[in-house]
Design a protein around this ligand. Structure first.
Ligand code: FEO
Length: 394
């Protein structure tokens, strides 16, 4: 690993985790990740911006040495989650004069997560500044991206915004700066889908604020930096707007083929009506693939058979995640088949309560679908088409 100069006296000292395959024991990572951290060396004081996951603390300290650090005055904690604060205890031990700079909630979390004594913390809030001599840090209060304590730090003289998790991506790359490649954009969108999507409104507000601020470089906590910030800001403005796409996402499970048959019919009817469709067989797909498409989908149809007395657990799992992510979809529905009874539709409807979407009439049948089922599926496709058409999506 290495310390890399971003501009004179500002270094990237984070680490690349090429092999990480799962985050939060939930999200699959296709391309590893990085834990970014930075050094800002002023004429009088030196500040670290964030630390790294504790698994990599030796590499991190080595990077600080490579960046020529002999003393640290401030450690800015933009976000207290452990992938960024895990090495904080070691840094505080090695640099006993260093002061942690964070929000009030950040101070509480550093205390509970790492036992940082409050007397080593300087609390900052919106618009507060910290002079390093010839460089000035300004703090922006940006809670809930994606924890309550999050803030961003702006280096005024060099116009570099240290944006914490916001505008990041789980992608391991030897390139310091990101580009417009498909690989990068997919990673950035997957990251938004799984981390930032539940906070869409706030993220949209912060995106507008960053656009107005006009940074020359955005330096997030994961993935490459942005030296042409307009690209990532354009993407975030799209993802956080209220505008959905002409897309129906259909995550489904089928144990004996009945629910799959209904899904196949629905897909055919939607395609015939000019609607884009993404069916995901949850027996084969990761929930992350569904999350990726929830960013844009106007309609979500969950295909779920009844297992014993309620929804198949894989369908319930996706419903639970969808409810957490609170996608901007406008319509949602349930289709499927049951053997002898159960409350699958009621259970799934209750599980999706936080999704602010109109619930379409379910198509839920006993046993194998028949001609009557096919008519109901065609009617559902028509209802979806009508709504998409009324909103000028198709
Ligand atoms: Fe990358 Fe929320 O920590």
């Amino acid at each position: 690993m290495a310390a890399r100069e971003i501009v004179p006296d500002v270094y990237s000292v984070g680490v690349i985790d090429w092999d990480r395959a799962v985050f939060d024991e939930l999200m699959r990572l296709n391309d590893g990740t990085s834990y970014n951290a930075y050094v800002v060396r002023g004429s009088e004081k030196t500040a670290l911006i964030d630390t790294v996951d504790s698994d990599f603390e030796e590499t991190y300290i080595s990077n600080l040495v490579r960046a020529g650090l002999t003393s640290i005055d401030y450690i800015v904690v933009n976000h207290a989650e452990q992938d960024h604060s895990g090495s904080l205890p070691l840094v505080l031990e090695l640099f006993p004069q260093a002061v942690v700079v964070t929000t009030e909630k950040g101070r509480d979390l550093c205390g509970s997560l790492h036992h940082v004594p409050p007397e080593r913390v300087m609390v900052v809030g919106e618009g507060d500044t910290l002079s390093l001599g010839n460089k000035t840090l300004t703090f922006l209060s940006t809670p809930w991206v994606h924890w309550p304590e999050t803030m961003m730090t702006y280096l005024e003289e060099d116009k570099i915004l240290f944006s914490c998790d916001l505008f990041g991506a789980h992608i391991a790359s030897s390139s310091l700066f990101g580009d417009a490649s498909c690989r990068y954009q997919v990673a950035a969108r997957q990251y938004y889908a799984e981390i930032m999507q539940p906070f869409r409104k706030k993220v949209g507000e912060y995106t507008a604020r960053v656009r107005a601020l006009g940074p020359a470089i955005i330096a997030p906590s994961h993935g490459p930096l942005h030296r042409a910030p307009a690209g990532i800001l354009d993407l975030y403005e799209d993802w956080t707007s209220d505008e959905v796409k002409n897309l129906v996402v259909i995550p489904y499970v089928s144990m004996h083929g009945s629910t799959r048959e209904m899904v196949v019919r629905l897909v055919e009817h939607l395609i015939e009506r000019g609607i884009e469709v993404r069916p995901y067989d949850l027996g084969r797909c990761e929930p992350g693939q569904v999350a990726y498409d929830l960013v844009d989908a106007a309609t979500i149809i969950l295909g779920a058979p009844t297992m014993l007395f309620g929804p198949h657990p894989k369908a319930a799992h996706v419903a639970f995640i969808t409810n957490l992510l609170k996608p901007r979809a406008k319509w949602i529905g349930v289709i499927g088949s049951y053997g002898w009874g159960g409350k699958t539709v009621e259970d799934l409807t209750a599980m999706l309560a936080k999704v602010d979407a109109e619930m379409l009439d379910p198509v839920y049948v006993k046993g194998k679908s028949d001609e009557e089922t096919n008519v109901a599926i065609a009617r559902l496709a028509g209802e979806i088409y009508k709504r998409h058409q009324d909103h000028s999506l198709v």
